[in-house]
Write a protein that binds this ligand. Sequence first.
Ligand code: ZN
Length: 513
Amino acid sequence: MENKKINIHDIHAWWNKAYSAGLQTEKDLLDKEPNHFIDLIYPDSVNSFEDIVFVLAKTGASRALIIFNENSCGFFGHFYKAGKNKMWFCQTDHQNAVLLRKLFPFTAPSSLKNEELTFGMGDRLDFASPGHLRTIKEYNAAPVLAQQSVRELTLTGRTYAEAIDSATWAVFQEGYRKPWGADGDHLKTPEMVREALGVGTTMITADISDYIRDEYAAADSTAVREAYNELDDYYRKRIERKYLENGYRFDTNEEFRFSAENLARIALIYKEALDFAGVLFTAGREVKSDFDFEVSIDETETPTSPQAHIFVQGELKNASIEFVSLAPRFIGEFQKGIDYIGDTLEFEKAFRTHAAIARYSGGYKISVHSGSDKFSVFPIIGKETLGHFHIKTSGTSWLEALRVVAEASPELFRRLYTFAVDVFPITSSHYYVTPDFNKLYGIDNRSDNELAEALDNPHDRRILHIAYGEIFKNESMKEELHTVLQENTERYYDILMKHFHKHLEKLGAKRKQ
Ligand code: ZN
Protein backbone atom coordinates (compact mmCIF):
# COMPACT_ATOMS: atom_id res chain seq x y z
CA MET A 1 0.00 0.00 0.00
CA GLU A 2 1.40 3.36 -0.98
CA ASN A 3 0.42 6.50 0.81
CA LYS A 4 -0.05 9.75 -1.05
CA LYS A 5 2.16 11.82 1.17
CA ILE A 6 4.86 9.38 2.17
CA ASN A 7 6.79 7.21 -0.16
CA ILE A 8 8.12 4.63 2.26
CA HIS A 9 10.97 3.60 0.00
CA ASP A 10 12.23 7.16 -0.24
CA ILE A 11 11.83 7.71 3.48
CA HIS A 12 13.59 4.48 4.27
CA ALA A 13 16.65 5.35 2.16
CA TRP A 14 16.75 8.98 3.17
CA TRP A 15 16.43 8.17 6.85
CA ASN A 16 19.13 5.54 7.01
CA LYS A 17 21.55 7.81 5.22
CA ALA A 18 20.82 10.70 7.55
CA TYR A 19 20.82 8.46 10.63
CA SER A 20 24.15 6.89 9.75
CA ALA A 21 25.61 10.34 9.20
CA GLY A 22 24.81 11.15 12.81
CA LEU A 23 21.60 13.11 12.36
CA GLN A 24 20.54 14.35 15.76
CA THR A 25 18.85 17.41 17.13
CA GLU A 26 18.40 16.39 20.71
CA LYS A 27 22.10 15.78 21.26
CA ASP A 28 21.83 14.75 24.88
CA LEU A 29 19.77 11.74 23.89
CA LEU A 30 22.33 10.40 21.49
CA ASP A 31 24.08 7.97 23.78
CA LYS A 32 20.99 6.58 25.44
CA GLU A 33 19.14 6.02 22.20
CA PRO A 34 17.92 2.66 21.04
CA ASN A 35 18.91 1.63 17.53
CA HIS A 36 16.86 3.63 15.06
CA PHE A 37 18.38 2.32 11.90
CA ILE A 38 15.44 1.15 9.79
CA ASP A 39 15.72 -2.39 8.44
CA LEU A 40 12.26 -2.44 7.01
CA ILE A 41 9.11 -0.37 6.94
CA TYR A 42 6.15 -2.73 6.95
CA PRO A 43 4.30 -1.76 3.78
CA ASP A 44 0.82 -2.54 5.15
CA SER A 45 1.40 -0.47 8.28
CA VAL A 46 1.10 2.91 6.55
CA ASN A 47 -1.81 4.66 8.24
CA SER A 48 -2.89 8.20 8.73
CA PHE A 49 -4.77 10.04 11.40
CA GLU A 50 -5.85 13.61 10.59
CA ASP A 51 -3.25 13.79 7.82
CA ILE A 52 -0.43 12.60 10.06
CA VAL A 53 1.26 9.49 8.73
CA PHE A 54 2.13 6.55 10.99
CA VAL A 55 4.19 3.51 10.04
CA LEU A 56 5.72 0.56 11.81
CA ALA A 57 9.36 -0.19 11.14
CA LYS A 58 11.71 -2.99 12.05
CA THR A 59 14.72 -1.42 13.74
CA GLY A 60 17.32 -4.01 14.57
CA ALA A 61 16.08 -6.27 17.32
CA SER A 62 12.88 -4.34 17.88
CA ARG A 63 10.20 -2.39 16.11
CA ALA A 64 9.33 1.29 16.23
CA LEU A 65 6.22 3.28 15.53
CA ILE A 66 7.26 6.21 13.36
CA ILE A 67 5.12 9.33 13.24
CA PHE A 68 5.86 11.87 10.52
CA ASN A 69 5.00 15.04 12.32
CA GLU A 70 6.27 17.64 14.73
CA ASN A 71 3.64 16.59 17.24
CA SER A 72 3.79 13.04 18.59
CA CYS A 73 0.01 12.99 19.16
CA GLY A 74 0.67 11.86 22.73
CA PHE A 75 2.91 8.89 21.89
CA PHE A 76 6.14 8.55 23.81
CA GLY A 77 9.36 8.47 21.84
CA HIS A 78 12.30 10.36 20.42
CA PHE A 79 12.01 13.34 18.10
CA TYR A 80 14.25 13.87 15.09
CA LYS A 81 14.39 16.79 12.70
CA ALA A 82 16.39 17.22 9.52
CA GLY A 83 15.54 20.07 7.22
CA LYS A 84 11.80 19.98 6.75
CA ASN A 85 11.51 16.33 7.78
CA LYS A 86 10.24 15.79 11.26
CA MET A 87 9.62 12.43 12.80
CA TRP A 88 9.06 10.60 16.05
CA PHE A 89 10.41 7.15 16.84
CA CYS A 90 8.18 5.54 19.46
CA GLN A 91 8.55 2.27 21.30
CA THR A 92 6.05 -0.54 20.80
CA ASP A 93 5.26 -0.65 24.51
CA HIS A 94 2.06 -0.79 26.57
CA GLN A 95 1.57 2.95 26.96
CA ASN A 96 1.80 3.50 23.22
CA ALA A 97 -0.40 0.46 22.49
CA VAL A 98 -3.17 1.96 24.61
CA LEU A 99 -3.01 5.15 22.58
CA LEU A 100 -2.77 3.29 19.29
CA ARG A 101 -6.01 1.44 20.04
CA LYS A 102 -7.74 4.78 20.65
CA LEU A 103 -6.47 6.39 17.47
CA PHE A 104 -6.88 3.33 15.26
CA PRO A 105 -9.81 1.28 16.60
CA PHE A 106 -9.06 -1.63 14.27
CA THR A 107 -6.03 -2.36 16.49
CA ALA A 108 -8.34 -3.15 19.44
CA PRO A 109 -9.93 -6.59 19.85
CA SER A 110 -13.69 -6.93 19.49
CA SER A 111 -16.52 -9.46 19.67
CA LEU A 112 -16.59 -12.13 16.97
CA LYS A 113 -20.18 -13.21 17.67
CA ASN A 114 -21.26 -12.60 14.11
CA GLU A 115 -18.37 -14.36 12.44
CA GLU A 116 -18.98 -17.79 10.94
CA LEU A 117 -15.55 -19.32 11.36
CA THR A 118 -13.35 -18.15 14.20
CA PHE A 119 -9.80 -19.34 14.61
CA GLY A 120 -7.83 -19.16 17.85
CA MET A 121 -4.18 -18.44 17.06
CA GLY A 122 -2.30 -18.22 20.32
CA ASP A 123 1.14 -16.64 20.20
CA ARG A 124 3.30 -17.52 23.18
CA LEU A 125 6.40 -15.92 21.72
CA ASP A 126 5.02 -12.55 20.56
CA PHE A 127 6.48 -13.26 17.11
CA ALA A 128 3.76 -15.28 15.41
CA SER A 129 0.72 -13.02 15.02
CA PRO A 130 1.85 -11.28 11.80
CA GLY A 131 2.26 -14.71 10.18
CA HIS A 132 -1.21 -15.68 11.41
CA LEU A 133 -2.69 -12.48 10.00
CA ARG A 134 -1.01 -12.90 6.62
CA THR A 135 -2.71 -16.29 6.36
CA ILE A 136 -6.15 -15.54 7.70
CA LYS A 137 -6.63 -12.37 5.68
CA GLU A 138 -6.99 -14.57 2.60
CA TYR A 139 -10.00 -16.40 4.08
CA ASN A 140 -13.49 -15.73 5.34
CA ALA A 141 -12.43 -16.41 8.89
CA ALA A 142 -11.76 -14.24 11.92
CA PRO A 143 -8.73 -14.70 14.16
CA VAL A 144 -8.56 -14.76 17.93
CA LEU A 145 -5.00 -13.49 18.18
CA ALA A 146 -4.46 -12.99 21.86
CA GLN A 147 -5.52 -16.37 23.18
CA GLN A 148 -3.73 -17.51 26.28
CA SER A 149 -4.67 -19.78 29.13
CA VAL A 150 -3.56 -19.08 32.67
CA ARG A 151 -1.25 -22.08 32.35
CA GLU A 152 0.42 -20.57 29.27
CA LEU A 153 0.75 -17.14 30.88
CA THR A 154 2.30 -18.68 33.99
CA LEU A 155 4.74 -20.76 31.96
CA THR A 156 5.73 -17.83 29.72
CA GLY A 157 5.74 -15.24 32.52
CA ARG A 158 3.33 -12.92 30.68
CA THR A 159 0.07 -11.12 31.42
CA TYR A 160 -3.16 -10.77 29.42
CA ALA A 161 -2.37 -7.11 28.86
CA GLU A 162 0.96 -8.04 27.26
CA ALA A 163 -0.63 -10.66 25.02
CA ILE A 164 -3.19 -8.10 23.81
CA ASP A 165 -0.55 -5.41 23.22
CA SER A 166 1.48 -7.85 21.19
CA ALA A 167 -1.57 -8.58 19.01
CA THR A 168 -2.31 -4.85 18.68
CA TRP A 169 1.15 -4.16 17.23
CA ALA A 170 0.87 -7.14 14.90
CA VAL A 171 -2.51 -5.92 13.63
CA PHE A 172 -1.06 -2.49 12.98
CA GLN A 173 2.02 -3.94 11.32
CA GLU A 174 -0.06 -6.00 8.92
CA GLY A 175 -2.80 -3.40 8.41
CA TYR A 176 -5.47 -5.92 9.38
CA ARG A 177 -8.76 -4.02 9.47
CA LYS A 178 -11.30 -6.73 10.21
CA PRO A 179 -12.50 -7.78 13.67
CA TRP A 180 -10.20 -9.94 15.76
CA GLY A 181 -10.62 -11.35 19.24
CA ALA A 182 -8.76 -11.74 22.53
CA ASP A 183 -9.57 -14.85 24.57
CA GLY A 184 -9.05 -15.38 28.27
CA ASP A 185 -8.66 -19.10 27.70
CA HIS A 186 -9.52 -21.84 30.19
CA LEU A 187 -10.37 -19.52 33.07
CA LYS A 188 -11.40 -21.26 36.25
CA THR A 189 -12.18 -18.50 38.75
CA PRO A 190 -14.40 -15.38 38.84
CA GLU A 191 -11.29 -13.32 39.72
CA MET A 192 -9.51 -14.43 36.54
CA VAL A 193 -12.61 -13.69 34.44
CA ARG A 194 -12.87 -10.17 35.88
CA GLU A 195 -9.15 -9.58 35.43
CA ALA A 196 -9.03 -10.76 31.82
CA LEU A 197 -12.05 -8.70 30.78
CA GLY A 198 -10.74 -5.76 32.77
CA VAL A 199 -7.59 -5.56 30.64
CA GLY A 200 -9.48 -5.92 27.40
CA THR A 201 -10.16 -9.53 26.41
CA THR A 202 -13.33 -9.86 24.35
CA MET A 203 -13.86 -13.56 24.86
CA ILE A 204 -13.92 -15.75 27.94
CA THR A 205 -13.51 -19.49 27.85
CA ALA A 206 -15.00 -20.77 31.07
CA ASP A 207 -13.32 -23.97 32.12
CA ILE A 208 -15.78 -25.71 34.41
CA SER A 209 -14.16 -29.13 34.21
CA ASP A 210 -13.01 -29.14 37.84
CA TYR A 211 -16.69 -29.29 38.81
CA ILE A 212 -17.65 -32.09 36.46
CA ARG A 213 -18.41 -35.09 38.66
CA ASP A 214 -17.07 -37.75 36.31
CA GLU A 215 -17.30 -40.41 38.99
CA TYR A 216 -21.06 -40.64 38.33
CA ALA A 217 -20.39 -41.83 34.77
CA ALA A 218 -19.36 -45.20 36.16
CA ALA A 219 -21.48 -45.30 39.31
CA ASP A 220 -24.05 -48.09 39.60
CA SER A 221 -27.79 -47.47 39.26
CA THR A 222 -28.48 -47.56 42.98
CA ALA A 223 -25.80 -45.01 43.79
CA VAL A 224 -27.09 -42.76 41.02
CA ARG A 225 -30.69 -43.01 42.22
CA GLU A 226 -29.74 -42.28 45.83
CA ALA A 227 -27.59 -39.28 44.96
CA TYR A 228 -30.18 -37.95 42.55
CA ASN A 229 -32.95 -38.15 45.14
CA GLU A 230 -30.96 -35.88 47.37
CA LEU A 231 -31.05 -33.09 44.80
CA ASP A 232 -33.53 -30.29 45.26
CA ASP A 233 -37.14 -31.31 44.59
CA TYR A 234 -37.99 -28.39 42.38
CA TYR A 235 -34.84 -28.91 40.33
CA ARG A 236 -35.61 -32.55 39.70
CA LYS A 237 -39.22 -31.84 38.68
CA ARG A 238 -38.10 -29.11 36.34
CA ILE A 239 -35.48 -31.15 34.49
CA GLU A 240 -37.71 -34.23 34.32
CA ARG A 241 -40.43 -32.17 32.70
CA LYS A 242 -37.96 -30.57 30.36
CA TYR A 243 -35.93 -33.58 29.22
CA LEU A 244 -37.99 -36.72 29.79
CA GLU A 245 -41.23 -35.82 28.09
CA ASN A 246 -39.97 -35.33 24.54
CA GLY A 247 -37.56 -36.93 22.16
CA TYR A 248 -35.04 -34.85 20.26
CA ARG A 249 -34.95 -35.16 16.51
CA PHE A 250 -32.21 -33.41 14.57
CA ASP A 251 -31.66 -32.54 10.92
CA THR A 252 -29.37 -35.56 10.68
CA ASN A 253 -32.50 -37.70 11.18
CA GLU A 254 -31.18 -38.97 14.48
CA GLU A 255 -33.47 -39.10 17.47
CA PHE A 256 -32.39 -39.11 21.09
CA ARG A 257 -34.31 -39.67 24.27
CA PHE A 258 -33.36 -39.56 27.92
CA SER A 259 -34.15 -42.47 30.18
CA ALA A 260 -34.86 -41.54 33.80
CA GLU A 261 -31.57 -43.06 34.89
CA ASN A 262 -29.63 -41.41 32.11
CA LEU A 263 -31.02 -37.99 33.01
CA ALA A 264 -30.24 -38.52 36.69
CA ARG A 265 -26.70 -39.54 35.88
CA ILE A 266 -26.11 -36.56 33.57
CA ALA A 267 -27.59 -34.14 36.08
CA LEU A 268 -25.27 -35.49 38.77
CA ILE A 269 -22.23 -35.22 36.50
CA TYR A 270 -22.92 -31.69 35.26
CA LYS A 271 -25.07 -29.81 37.79
CA GLU A 272 -22.26 -28.30 39.85
CA ALA A 273 -20.25 -27.44 36.75
CA LEU A 274 -23.23 -25.68 35.21
CA ASP A 275 -23.87 -23.72 38.40
CA PHE A 276 -20.24 -22.66 38.26
CA ALA A 277 -20.59 -21.58 34.61
CA GLY A 278 -23.25 -19.19 35.93
CA VAL A 279 -20.84 -17.85 38.55
CA LEU A 280 -18.18 -17.16 35.89
CA PHE A 281 -20.67 -15.61 33.48
CA THR A 282 -22.07 -13.30 36.16
CA ALA A 283 -18.54 -12.28 37.17
CA GLY A 284 -17.87 -11.34 33.56
CA ARG A 285 -21.05 -9.32 33.28
CA GLU A 286 -19.98 -7.27 36.29
CA VAL A 287 -17.05 -5.99 34.23
CA LYS A 288 -18.38 -5.95 30.66
CA SER A 289 -21.91 -5.98 29.29
CA ASP A 290 -20.92 -7.80 26.14
CA PHE A 291 -18.30 -10.46 25.57
CA ASP A 292 -18.10 -13.79 23.75
CA PHE A 293 -18.64 -16.51 26.32
CA GLU A 294 -17.47 -20.04 25.67
CA VAL A 295 -18.22 -22.95 27.95
CA SER A 296 -15.67 -25.75 27.91
CA ILE A 297 -16.39 -29.22 29.22
CA ASP A 298 -13.55 -30.79 27.26
CA GLU A 299 -10.96 -31.40 29.94
CA THR A 300 -12.60 -34.50 31.35
CA GLU A 301 -12.25 -38.25 30.94
CA THR A 302 -15.56 -39.24 29.36
CA PRO A 303 -16.53 -38.09 25.86
CA THR A 304 -19.64 -35.91 25.90
CA SER A 305 -22.68 -38.00 24.90
CA PRO A 306 -25.48 -36.50 22.76
CA GLN A 307 -27.75 -36.44 25.81
CA ALA A 308 -25.08 -34.73 27.91
CA HIS A 309 -24.67 -32.11 25.20
CA ILE A 310 -28.44 -31.56 24.99
CA PHE A 311 -28.62 -31.23 28.76
CA VAL A 312 -25.64 -28.86 29.11
CA GLN A 313 -26.80 -26.41 26.44
CA GLY A 314 -30.40 -26.64 27.71
CA GLU A 315 -29.38 -25.81 31.26
CA LEU A 316 -27.10 -22.96 30.18
CA LYS A 317 -30.05 -21.44 28.38
CA ASN A 318 -32.33 -22.07 31.31
CA ALA A 319 -29.92 -20.03 33.46
CA SER A 320 -29.86 -17.24 30.84
CA ILE A 321 -26.16 -17.75 30.24
CA GLU A 322 -25.52 -16.33 26.79
CA PHE A 323 -22.83 -18.45 25.23
CA VAL A 324 -21.36 -18.18 21.76
CA SER A 325 -19.52 -21.49 21.70
CA LEU A 326 -19.37 -24.80 23.51
CA ALA A 327 -16.42 -27.19 23.65
CA PRO A 328 -17.53 -30.79 24.18
CA ARG A 329 -15.10 -33.58 24.97
CA PHE A 330 -14.83 -35.45 21.68
CA ILE A 331 -14.30 -39.11 21.15
CA GLY A 332 -10.65 -40.12 20.60
CA GLU A 333 -7.64 -38.08 21.64
CA PHE A 334 -6.83 -34.48 20.89
CA GLN A 335 -3.21 -34.24 21.99
CA LYS A 336 -1.52 -30.94 21.41
CA GLY A 337 0.30 -30.23 18.17
CA ILE A 338 -0.25 -33.59 16.46
CA ASP A 339 -2.94 -35.32 14.41
CA TYR A 340 -6.09 -36.89 15.83
CA ILE A 341 -5.59 -40.21 17.60
CA GLY A 342 -8.53 -42.57 17.26
CA ASP A 343 -11.06 -43.94 14.83
CA THR A 344 -11.99 -41.21 12.36
CA LEU A 345 -15.27 -42.89 11.37
CA GLU A 346 -16.36 -42.99 14.99
CA PHE A 347 -15.31 -39.36 15.34
CA GLU A 348 -17.30 -38.41 12.27
CA LYS A 349 -20.47 -40.01 13.57
CA ALA A 350 -20.21 -38.42 17.03
CA PHE A 351 -19.13 -35.03 15.72
CA ARG A 352 -22.02 -34.93 13.24
CA THR A 353 -24.42 -35.29 16.16
CA HIS A 354 -22.72 -32.52 18.19
CA ALA A 355 -22.90 -30.19 15.20
CA ALA A 356 -26.58 -31.05 14.69
CA ILE A 357 -27.40 -30.35 18.35
CA ALA A 358 -25.72 -26.94 18.12
CA ARG A 359 -27.73 -26.10 14.99
CA TYR A 360 -30.98 -27.35 16.53
CA SER A 361 -30.39 -25.39 19.72
CA GLY A 362 -29.85 -21.94 18.33
CA GLY A 363 -26.71 -22.12 16.30
CA TYR A 364 -23.87 -21.59 18.74
CA LYS A 365 -20.46 -22.71 17.55
CA ILE A 366 -18.90 -26.03 18.39
CA SER A 367 -15.43 -25.26 19.68
CA VAL A 368 -12.53 -27.58 18.98
CA HIS A 369 -9.75 -27.31 21.57
CA SER A 370 -6.18 -28.47 21.01
CA GLY A 371 -7.27 -28.07 17.42
CA SER A 372 -3.94 -27.71 15.67
CA ASP A 373 -2.64 -30.34 13.28
CA LYS A 374 -5.79 -32.50 13.34
CA PHE A 375 -5.56 -32.87 9.59
CA SER A 376 -7.32 -36.23 9.38
CA VAL A 377 -10.51 -34.87 10.97
CA PHE A 378 -10.46 -31.26 9.70
CA PRO A 379 -12.60 -32.05 6.64
CA ILE A 380 -15.20 -33.58 8.97
CA ILE A 381 -15.23 -30.52 11.23
CA GLY A 382 -15.66 -28.13 8.31
CA LYS A 383 -18.32 -30.18 6.59
CA GLU A 384 -20.50 -31.18 9.54
CA THR A 385 -20.65 -27.68 11.02
CA LEU A 386 -21.27 -26.15 7.58
CA GLY A 387 -18.28 -23.94 8.28
CA HIS A 388 -19.71 -22.54 11.52
CA PHE A 389 -17.22 -23.38 14.28
CA HIS A 390 -14.45 -22.19 16.53
CA ILE A 391 -11.05 -23.82 16.69
CA LYS A 392 -8.15 -23.18 19.06
CA THR A 393 -4.47 -23.56 18.31
CA SER A 394 -1.41 -22.26 20.10
CA GLY A 395 1.48 -24.64 20.68
CA THR A 396 1.76 -25.46 17.01
CA SER A 397 3.03 -21.92 16.32
CA TRP A 398 5.70 -22.47 18.93
CA LEU A 399 6.71 -25.71 17.21
CA GLU A 400 6.94 -23.92 13.87
CA ALA A 401 9.23 -21.38 15.54
CA LEU A 402 11.52 -24.27 16.40
CA ARG A 403 11.56 -25.14 12.71
CA VAL A 404 13.04 -21.69 12.10
CA VAL A 405 15.65 -22.40 14.77
CA ALA A 406 16.49 -25.80 13.25
CA GLU A 407 17.14 -24.10 9.91
CA ALA A 408 18.88 -20.95 11.10
CA SER A 409 20.81 -22.18 14.12
CA PRO A 410 21.20 -25.98 14.18
CA GLU A 411 23.51 -25.73 17.16
CA LEU A 412 20.88 -23.95 19.27
CA PHE A 413 18.22 -26.38 18.09
CA ARG A 414 20.32 -29.30 19.26
CA ARG A 415 20.66 -27.75 22.70
CA LEU A 416 16.94 -26.95 22.92
CA TYR A 417 16.08 -30.47 21.86
CA THR A 418 18.37 -32.09 24.42
CA PHE A 419 17.01 -29.78 27.08
CA ALA A 420 13.39 -30.62 26.13
CA VAL A 421 14.10 -34.34 26.54
CA ASP A 422 15.85 -33.73 29.88
CA VAL A 423 12.96 -31.73 31.35
CA PHE A 424 10.22 -34.02 30.04
CA PRO A 425 9.53 -35.48 33.52
CA ILE A 426 8.74 -31.92 34.68
CA THR A 427 6.92 -30.63 31.60
CA SER A 428 4.70 -33.68 31.25
CA SER A 429 3.17 -32.87 34.61
CA HIS A 430 1.51 -29.79 33.03
CA TYR A 431 0.19 -31.52 29.91
CA TYR A 432 -1.22 -34.87 28.99
CA VAL A 433 0.94 -36.19 26.14
CA THR A 434 2.13 -39.71 25.39
CA PRO A 435 5.18 -39.67 23.10
CA ASP A 436 6.97 -42.94 22.47
CA PHE A 437 10.66 -42.41 23.15
CA ASN A 438 11.53 -45.39 20.95
CA LYS A 439 9.98 -43.72 17.94
CA LEU A 440 11.77 -40.38 18.08
CA TYR A 441 13.38 -38.93 14.98
CA GLY A 442 16.07 -37.59 17.28
CA ILE A 443 19.07 -35.38 16.63
CA ASP A 444 22.07 -37.69 17.13
CA ASN A 445 23.29 -39.06 13.78
CA ARG A 446 21.32 -36.33 11.98
CA SER A 447 23.02 -33.77 9.84
CA ASP A 448 22.20 -30.11 10.39
CA ASN A 449 19.93 -29.89 7.42
CA GLU A 450 17.93 -32.91 8.56
CA LEU A 451 17.11 -31.44 11.97
CA ALA A 452 13.87 -29.71 10.96
CA GLU A 453 12.42 -33.11 10.15
CA ALA A 454 12.19 -33.82 13.86
CA LEU A 455 9.25 -31.40 13.70
CA ASP A 456 7.41 -33.73 11.35
CA ASN A 457 7.53 -36.59 13.83
CA PRO A 458 4.56 -36.76 16.26
CA HIS A 459 6.73 -38.09 19.10
CA ASP A 460 9.44 -35.42 18.92
CA ARG A 461 6.71 -32.81 18.43
CA ARG A 462 5.02 -33.65 21.70
CA ILE A 463 8.24 -33.47 23.70
CA LEU A 464 9.22 -30.15 22.13
CA HIS A 465 5.70 -28.78 22.38
CA ILE A 466 5.42 -28.92 26.12
CA ALA A 467 9.00 -27.80 26.80
CA TYR A 468 8.30 -24.11 26.17
CA GLY A 469 7.75 -23.21 29.81
CA GLU A 470 11.07 -24.64 30.99
CA ILE A 471 12.92 -23.17 28.01
CA PHE A 472 11.52 -19.68 28.75
CA LYS A 473 12.56 -20.01 32.37
CA ASN A 474 16.14 -20.38 31.19
CA GLU A 475 17.05 -16.74 30.54
CA SER A 476 20.02 -17.32 28.25
CA MET A 477 18.23 -19.92 26.14
CA LYS A 478 15.22 -17.67 25.87
CA GLU A 479 17.39 -14.81 24.72
CA GLU A 480 19.17 -16.88 22.11
CA LEU A 481 15.83 -18.10 20.84
CA HIS A 482 14.52 -14.55 20.59
CA THR A 483 17.60 -13.43 18.71
CA VAL A 484 17.19 -16.17 16.11
CA LEU A 485 13.53 -15.31 15.64
CA GLN A 486 14.21 -11.57 15.49
CA GLU A 487 16.73 -12.17 12.74
CA ASN A 488 14.35 -14.44 10.85
CA THR A 489 10.90 -12.91 11.31
CA GLU A 490 9.98 -13.06 7.64
CA ARG A 491 11.03 -16.70 7.39
CA TYR A 492 8.93 -17.47 10.45
CA TYR A 493 5.90 -15.74 8.90
CA ASP A 494 6.35 -17.80 5.72
CA ILE A 495 6.56 -21.06 7.65
CA LEU A 496 3.45 -20.16 9.63
CA MET A 497 1.59 -19.24 6.46
CA LYS A 498 2.34 -22.59 4.92
CA HIS A 499 1.28 -24.38 8.10
CA PHE A 500 -1.98 -22.47 8.61
CA HIS A 501 -2.91 -22.50 4.93
CA LYS A 502 -2.91 -26.25 5.27
CA HIS A 503 -5.19 -25.98 8.33
CA LEU A 504 -7.67 -23.64 6.67
CA GLU A 505 -7.76 -25.56 3.40
CA LYS A 506 -8.42 -28.89 5.13
CA LEU A 507 -11.08 -27.25 7.27
CA GLY A 508 -12.79 -26.13 4.08
CA ALA A 509 -12.53 -22.40 4.91
CA LYS A 510 -13.64 -20.22 2.03
CA ARG A 511 -11.08 -18.03 0.36
CA LYS A 512 -11.90 -14.38 0.00
CA GLN A 513 -12.96 -13.43 -3.50
ZN1 ZN B 1 -9.73 -27.15 26.27
